[in-house]
Design a protein around this ligand. Structure first.
Ligand code: 13P
Length: 284
């Protein structure tokens, strides 16, 4: 079972209250490591890509690589475009056969975000792809998108109307998490998660996964937030393992050995998140 719709992964995880990591990849090494970790832990997985990476590699190449690599592992895997305010990039990814997109309209007015998100949902659903919606900007910068402040919180009834009227498949509320490294202990708004889900049982998305505590992950996942985004931690592991390898072997010039060392470190990192989120063993 290689590539599956995002909706299938989210539905099973939401109903059974476990988390599925959405890991931001930046190249073939990271994509390979994420899928290898999923295969080793028998875990469903979301391969997530920022707009910045799409601009470097191209939507078609990423989709081709994903299908080739996901075809080698027998766990459910799906390909998702992270924070994208740019409709042209969304359309490019959908036309290339991606499974899911996050239309980030958090910088738009409520009304404009509603109109544009609804239009993205219509386009995506025609391809069988899913849409993650966002109303309030998540704090922090993710590969060039966002700022350090985040957006204002929208009233609950308006947030629920946005979910219902746009027809999105998952929703990313601002709950106090932030992209990048936390400077202190984040104050998580668990109440907001519970309030939204009491009104509308839609899979919620946790942004800013790097640095959250085990207790926070568990509580959010058990409440109904099955998609958990991890980016910064993979970038750190990637750079550190690269640096350490070169420092330990200053006269080694075989790139495949270097790539192997980086991949090994990434597989260990991603696998530990999968165990933590309890997606281990959930691949059908
Ligand atoms: P981190 O970079 O904090 O792991 O957040 C990832 C994320 O939310 C991607 O959208």
């Amino acid at each position: 079972m290689p590539v599956v719709p995002m909706q299938q992964i989210l539905k099973h995880a939401f109903e059974n209250r476990y988390g599925v990591g959405a890991f931001n990849i930046v190249d073939g090494i990271t994509m390979d490591a994420v899928l290898t970790a999923a295969a080793e832990t028998r875990s469903p997985v979301i391969v997530q890509v920022s707009v910045k990476t799409v601009k470097v590699m191209g939507a078609k190449l990423i989709r081709l690589m994903f299908h080739e690599m996901a075809g080698r592992v027998s766990v459910p895997a799906t390909l998702h475009l992270d924070h994208c305010p740019d409709r042209a990039v969304i359309d490019e990814c959908l036309a290339a056969g991606w499974n899911s997109v996050l239309f980030d309209g958090s910088k738009l007015s409520y009304e404009e975000n509603m109109v544009q998100t609804r239009s993205v949902v219509e386009a995506a659903h025609a391809y069988g792809a899913a849409v993650e919606g966002e109303l309030e900007a998540v704090k922090g910068v993710e590969d060039g998108v966002g700022d350090e402040y985040g957006g204002p919180i929208v009233a609950l009834d308006k947030a629920v109307a946005f979910i219902r009227q746009t027809g999105i498949d998952s929703f990313a509320p601002a709950i106090g998490t932030a992209h990048g490294l936390y400077k202190g202990t984040p104050k998580i708004n668990f109440k907001r998660v519970e309030e939204i889900l009491a009104e509308e049982p839609i899979p919620l998305v946790v942004h800013g996964g790097t640095g959250l505590s085990e207790e926070t992950f568990r509580r959010l996942i058990k409440s109904g937030a099955p998609k958990v985004n991890i980016s910064t931690q993979l970038k750190i592991t990637y750079a550190d393992s690269f640096r350490n390898y070169l420092a330990e072997k200053p006269t080694e010039y075989d790139p495949l050995k270097l790539i192997g060392a980086v991949k090994k470190a990434l597989v260990a990192e991603v696998s530990s998140f999968m165990r933590f989120f309890e997606s281990e063993g959930k691949a059908a």
